[in-house]
Every structure is written in C-alpha cells, then in structure tokens.
Design a protein around this ligand. Structure first.
Ligand SMILES: *[C@@H]1O[C@H](CO)[C@@H](O)[C@H](O)[C@H]1NC(C)=O
Ligand SMILES: *[C@@H]1O[C@H](CO)[C@@H](O)[C@H](O)[C@H]1NC(C)=O
Ligand SMILES: *[C@@H]1O[C@H](CO)[C@@H](O)[C@H](O)[C@H]1NC(C)=O
Ligand SMILES: *[C@@H]1O[C@H](CO)[C@@H](O)[C@H](O)[C@H]1NC(C)=O
Ligand SMILES: *[C@@H]1O[C@H](CO)[C@@H](O)[C@H](O)[C@H]1NC(C)=O
Ligand SMILES: *[C@@H]1O[C@H](CO)[C@@H](O)[C@H](O)[C@H]1NC(C)=O
Ligand SMILES: *[C@@H]1O[C@H](CO)[C@@H](O)[C@H](O)[C@H]1NC(C)=O
Ligand SMILES: *[C@@H]1O[C@H](CO)[C@@H](O)[C@H](O)[C@H]1NC(C)=O
Ligand SMILES: *[C@@H]1O[C@H](CO)[C@@H](O)[C@H](O)[C@H]1NC(C)=O
Ligand SMILES: *[C@@H]1O[C@H](CO)[C@@H](O)[C@H](O)[C@H]1NC(C)=O
Ligand SMILES: *[C@@H]1O[C@H](CO)[C@@H](O)[C@H](O)[C@H]1NC(C)=O
Ligand SMILES: *[C@@H]1O[C@H](CO)[C@@H](O)[C@H](O)[C@H]1NC(C)=O
Ligand SMILES: [Ca+2]
Length: 554
C-alpha cells in the first residue's frame, strides 16, 4: 500500500491530504535562506543539493555486515566514497541515534540509554534537543523539505511523552515507527495519527512500506525546494523477520569464526570474564541462525536502496543528491564468547558501515579518515551551506574529505562513552546471577550490566591505532589496545604500555569527556599540532575528575 492511498480521497500532486504541504514556505523563511548560502555549500544561483540519509539498525562493519548489500555497494559505495574508520560514540540504538540527530556526544545530548528515564525520546529531549537537530535546522533555516520514515528513537510514541501525536519539530513529512524495530504487527505515526499494520507481506512488511512511502515522497513533494530524507530501516535488528522470498537465502552462511570468536577474554573487564568458553553448541547454533537471518533481512534493504536510486534517476534528481548509508551501531556474534548483541567497546560494536555518493565525489574511493556519526549533521548542514559555527554540535563536517581536499588537517581521535544498563532485580531465568545485569540470553551469559559503564579514546592516525578505555566499576578497570599489532583486541596492554603514553591517553579522555562544541574538535595528543592545556580538561562542567586509573594499575 502506498503512502498517499491512505487518504480516502486520493490527493493531487502537491496537495496530499496527510502530507502537510511542503511547498508553502512562509515569506520569512525565504529571507532566512541567506543563512545557508555562501559557505562551502552550493554556489548562489545553482540548485542546492538534496540529501538522503539511510540508517540501518544494528548493522556491523567488522563481521561482513555489508556483504549481502551488493546493489547498495555498487550504487552508493562504488559511485562515491566508502569509509573504513567510521564509528559511533555509543553502541546502542537510542544514544547513537540521538548523536546522529544532534551532532553531539552523549554527555552533551544526555540520552544515556533506551528508556524514557535515560532521556530516550523523553519530554526534556523533545524540549531541549529536538529543536536543535540538524533536520530542524535544515527545515527552519535552509528551507529544505524534510521527510522521515522508519524507526526513530526506541521510546518514540510512549504515552508519557506525547504518544504518537508528537511530531518532532523540523519534519515536514513524518512517518515514524512506534518504539523499537519490528517487521510486522506495528503502529506508525503518520504526521501524528496512529496507523496499525498487520502481518500481510504485500501491505505490511515494514522495510517495503518504507521503500513505497519514500518513492511516493519523491513523486509528490514540491519541486521548488531541495529535500532531505531520512529512511531508517528495522533491518537487521531482531526479530530478524525476512521477507518470504528471502527466507531461504544464505543457507550455507555461518557467523565468521574469526580470531576473537569463542575465545575467553581473560585480561578484560568483568562482563567479558563472566562469559562461558567454549560456548555451548546450542548457543553457537542460536548465533549462527541469528547471523543468517540478519543477512536475509538486509536483502530487502538492498531492494529499497535500488528502488530509491532508480527513482531519483528517473526523476532527474540523482546527480544533485547526496546519499549516505550507515548504521546506528555494530554487532557481535560469538566474539569473546558473547553470543549476540552490541554495547561493547570493541571494534565489532562501535564501527559501522559508511558509504556516501553525491555531487563532486569521485567514484570508487576508500577513506581511512576517522569519522563518527556526530559528523553526519555537520556534514549535511555544510552541504546545505549552513555554518557549523552557528550550532552547538560536537562533530565536524567531512565534506572536504568527500570532495578530496588535499592537505586537510583532521582529528586523530574520538570519544566513545557508554552507560551500562541493568535492572536492580535478579533475572528469574538465571537465579544464580546477581542483580544489576541484563541481556542474559542464551545460557545466562550477560551482555550488559549497570557497571558496564565506560569511556574510551579511539585514536587513529598515520602513526597510531590505539584504544584506551576506563570503566566506572569497582575495579576501575582499564583496557588498552594497539590495533596495529592486535586488530582483534585480544591483548590488553594496559599494564605493559609506556606509562607516559598511558598518562597522555588518560588526559585526553578526561578532556573529551568534558568537551563541548569546538573543544571536541581539538587535535588529539598524538597530533603534531597538539599542545597540552589543562584548562581544556574541565571546561564545560567545572567538576574536576581525578586520575582514576593509577590506583588500579599500581
Ligand atoms: C509496495 O508497492 C508495490 C508496487 O506498488 C506493491 O506491489 C507492494 O505490495 C507494496 N508493498 C507494501 C509493503 O506496501
Ligand atoms: C535528561 O536530559 C535533561 C535535559 O538535557 C538533563 O537535565 C537530565 O540530566 C538528563 N537525564 C539523564 C538521566 O541524563
Ligand atoms: C501478528 O499478530 C497476530 C495477531 O495477534 C498474531 O497471530 C501473529 O502471530 C503476529 N505475527 C507476527 C509476525 O508477529
Ligand atoms: C494481503 O493484501 C493483499 C493486498 O491488499 C490482498 O490482496 C490479500 O488478500 C491479503 N492477504 C491476506 C492473507 O489477507
Ligand atoms: C558440540 O559440537 C561439537 C562439534 O560439532 C561436537 O564434537 C560435540 O560432541 C558437541 N557437543 C555436544 C554436547 O553436543
Ligand atoms: C569501481 O571499481 C570496480 C572494481 O574495480 C569496477 O568494476 C567499477 O566499474 C568501478 N566503478 C566506477 C564507477 O568507477
Ligand atoms: C568557524 O570558527 C573557526 C574557529 O573559530 C574559524 O576558524 C572559521 O573560520 C569559522 N568558519 C566560518 C565559516 O565562519
Ligand atoms: C601539501 O603539503 C605538502 C607538504 O607540506 C606541500 O609540499 C604541498 O605543496 C601541499 N599541497 C597543496 C595542494 O597544498
Ligand atoms: C537508564 O538511565 C536512567 C538514568 O540514568 C536510569 O535511571 C535507568 O535505570 C536506566 N535504565 C536502565 C535499564 O539501565
Ligand atoms: C538495589 O536496590 C537495593 C534496595 O532497593 C539497594 O540497597 C541497592 O543499593 C541497589 N543496588 C544497585 C546496584 O543499585
Ligand atoms: C558488576 O556488577 C555485577 C552485578 O551486580 C557484580 O557481580 C560484579 O562484581 C560487578 N563488577 C565490578 C567490577 O564492579
Ligand atoms: C603497536 O604495534 C606496532 C606494530 O607491532 C608497533 O610498531 C608499535 O610500536 C606499537 N605501539 C605501541 C604504543 O605499543
Ligand atoms: Ca541499533
């Protein structure tokens, strides 16, 4: 079923009933458009580019998550740039999505977990953050038509926070899923009105519904303003329900038996040490099955991308449209004997696919530059001609990288920060576990705990490929990896690394944990341009953290 046929009287082009008209920008808006011109975006007079952001849910990069997306790789990656060092600051849906929308690290957007109490789509998020998201700026300052379809934030639609009637500021067309990813039997908010879907593939399969409404938008939108679309698929998140035609795909595919698969993380923090090695055969069967079903669900995403690119081409808009493809977090299947989930500090969970095509981007490029999802907002605003300096965002525009600017100065590190989830009750199916843990399935191996709370500096530059992490747990545990020598993060070198280097990484972590806006973009301690300034460490919060790591290491 198509978006526009939902209305009882099928509307004419330009005036669909449940799409608020995107063509009637108030005169004031036109005056404001000046704010978006003349920087590095489109030159005056030329048509301003359109932007599409495709966001998958839980798609990894490290375990081959892009492999099933053959058409997407050909239509986006090979036509533009593929990033091999793209990260999320927090490997969990809601904090990560909040970082994309706001361009901020979690300590600045305050969305700490997937619950309302953790600010996931909470009233204070709606009041303080939503008006400052990059789509809101595109709409109000740059006159873009903005279209959203799919999963938004995990608590979106909660009755205590406006229900499905709440349409976030900044969206001209809103087609959002209630709560977390599903494929059938879900409810959508269509511009604030609830609509239930059942389980009939030809009218209800969510990935296909998103494809259809996106094509409808492209056909019915106004042609007088540029557009931004965000399409956020449920795939490949659980419950991994494939479309009927893909349910037998990948029968001979199993989760990769890579170097950290089914091994015990002996010199790692508590949560990794509690995993059971070797995993039981039933756990392995479970994770192999999950791995295969995840890939099956991605085949429908690949179809969506193909339909979208073809429609843009048919409508004559492809050459003036940037298309970004990424995911909100990575995933693991059996690494360090953790069966399935995300939420860990390792590459498999924090690294994501990132493919971009668009005007001025040469085909078939790969970039090793260190980018994070907080950079998407600044980059898209830069495309629209809006200056990052006018925002509170922490990220930076990577448009110069896309355009191949030579001798660019770029960051050498990013912050990763995660607040563990755990309920203060014992899990009834795992009575031997203490309270405070969560995601303990299968085999009562827990994937999270309230004390799985950590912060890391991830450094990559010409000379360094390092990660330094501190836990906020009873052991004040520290993990350090040299990814040049140890890409699978098997050897924690916290106790053997040069103490001076350890001290530098600890300082840098403290700086980044209290950074805000421009101070988040300062060069890392391994950058030749770095000068240590202790004032930067405590700039925004005023609270002085002590050097916590020494106690544990001595
Ligand atoms: C999407 O549109 C196609 C073509 O009109 C139609 O065959 C298909 O059933 C639609 N799918 C859904 C889930 O609405
Ligand atoms: C939720 O956000 C508000 C406003 O940003 C903030 O004051 C509050 O501390 C946040 N809550 C949590 C749990 O971080
Ligand atoms: C959808 O809901 C119906 C009715 O509650 C139920 O019978 C069916 O199993 C559900 N289907 C899926 C795929 O969840
Ligand atoms: C599913 O929807 C299609 C299109 O509306 C309809 O033709 C078909 O009968 C439906 N199937 C079931 C099982 O309800
Ligand atoms: C588990 O699988 C391995 C390899 O297939 C097999 O050798 C072993 O006997 C199995 N163990 C159990 C308890 O089924
Ligand atoms: C990109 O590279 C692949 C593999 O070398 C090649 O087949 C393809 O034609 C190239 N595409 C473009 C657009 O240059
Ligand atoms: C943004 O601010 C930086 C640092 O203050 C400055 O160097 C840069 O020129 C400014 N950019 C614009 C477009 O105003
Ligand atoms: C880039 O930097 C190198 C070394 O500093 C210099 O020789 C070269 O001319 C620069 N290239 C451009 C395009 O600025
Ligand atoms: C989410 O974060 C809030 C605020 O810190 C906390 O009260 C709540 O218990 C957390 N929820 C879970 C499931 O950990
Ligand atoms: C759990 O709750 C009990 C009683 O309410 C409290 O004493 C304890 O400190 C709590 N533990 C954690 C880890 O929050
Ligand atoms: C983390 O929390 C769990 C569950 O409460 C507890 O068993 C464990 O000892 C704690 N570990 C550390 C290092 O704090
Ligand atoms: C990391 O490993 C590489 C390759 O073995 C080595 O050259 C480098 O010195 C190591 N760096 C640190 C900080 O240990
Ligand atoms: Ca996710």
């Amino acid at each position: 079923m198509r978006l526009l046929s939902l209305a009882t009287d099928r509307p004419r082009r330009g005036g669909p009933r449940h799409l608020p008209s995107g063509s009637s920008a108030p005169p004031l808006l036109l005056l404001l458009l000046g704010l978006c011109l003349g920087v590095s975006g489109a030159a005056k007079g030329s048509r301003r580019p359109n932007v599409v952001l495709l966001l998958a849910d839980d798609q990894d990069e490290v375990l081959g998550g892009m492999t099933p997306l053959k058409k997407t790789k050909a239509l986006i990656g090979e036509m533009g740039m593929t990033f091999s060092s793209a990260y999320v600051p927090s490997a969990l849906c809601c904090p990560s999505r909040a970082s994309i929308l706001t361009g901020k690290y979690p300590h600045n957007h305050h969305v700490v977990n997937n619950t309302l109490e953790g600010n996931c789509s909470s009233k204070s998020w709606q009041k303080i953050q939503e008006p400052n998201t990059f789509p809101a700026i595109l709409r109000s300052m740059c006159g873009y038509q903005t279209f959203f379809a799919g999963k938004y934030l995990n608590e979106y639609g909660a009755p205590d926070a406006g229900g499905l009637g709440h349409v976030p500021l900044g969206w001209s067309y809103w087609y959002a899923l209630e709560k977390n990813s599903k494929y059938y039997n879900y409810t959508l908010s269509i511009n604030g009105k609830a609509r239930k879907h059942g389980e009939n593939y030809s009218v209800d399969y969510l990935t296909d519904v998103l494809a259809n409404v996106s094509l409808d938008f492209l056909d019915y939108k106004s042609n007088s303003e540029p557009f931004f679309m965000m399409i956020s698929t449920p795939a490949p998140h659980s419950p991994w329900t494939a479309a009927p035609q893909y349910q037998n795909a990948f029968q001979n595919v199993f989760a990769p038996r890579n170097k950290n698969f089914n091994i015990h993380g002996t010199n790692k923090h508590w949560l990794i040490r509690q995993a059971k090695t070797p995993m039981t055969n039933s756990s392995i069967q479970f994770l192999d099955n999950a791995f295969r079903k995840r890939w099956q669900t991605l085949l429908s995403v690949d179809d969506l991308v193909e339909k979208l690119v073809k429609r843009l081409e048919f409508n004559g808009e492809l050459s003036n449209t940037y298309i970004f493809y990424t995911s909100d977090n990575g995933y693991h299947t059996g690494q360090f004997s953790l069966p399935i989930d995300k939420r860990q500090l390792y590459e498999f969970d924090i690294k994501v696919p990132l493919l971009v095509r668009g005007p001025g981007i040469k085909p078939n490029q790969t970039s090793k530059m260190l980018v994070a999802n907080i950079d998407l907002g600044p980059t898209i605003l830069d495309i629209a001609g809006y200056s990052l300096n006018k925002t509170q965002m922490d990220g930076m525009s990577f448009l110069p990288i896309l355009k191949g600017t030579s001798n660019l100065t770029w960051r050498s590190d990013i912050l990763v920060e995660y607040q563990g989830e755990g309920r203060n009750v014992t899990d009834p199916t795992c009575p031997s576990l203490s309270p405070g843990v969560s995601q303990c399935f299968p085999d009562c191996v827990c994937e999270d705990a309230y004390n799985n709370t950590y912060a890391c500096v991830r450094t990559t530059s010409e000379l360094w490929d390092l990660q330094y992490c501190e836990f906020d747990d009873q052991e004040v545990f520290v993990e350090v990896y040299n990814l040049t020598a140890d890409p699978h993060q098997i050897n924690n070198i916290a106790k053997s690394i040069d103490p001076e280097l350890l001290g530098k990484m600890n300082y840098r972590l403290m700086m980044l944990q209290s950074c805000s806006g421009p101070t988040c973009r300062t060069p890392g301690v391994f950058d030749p341009g770095y000068r240590f300034d202790p004032r930067l460490m405590f700039s925004s919060h005023g609270s002085i953290r002590t050097r916590r790591f020494s106690k544990h290491l001595l």
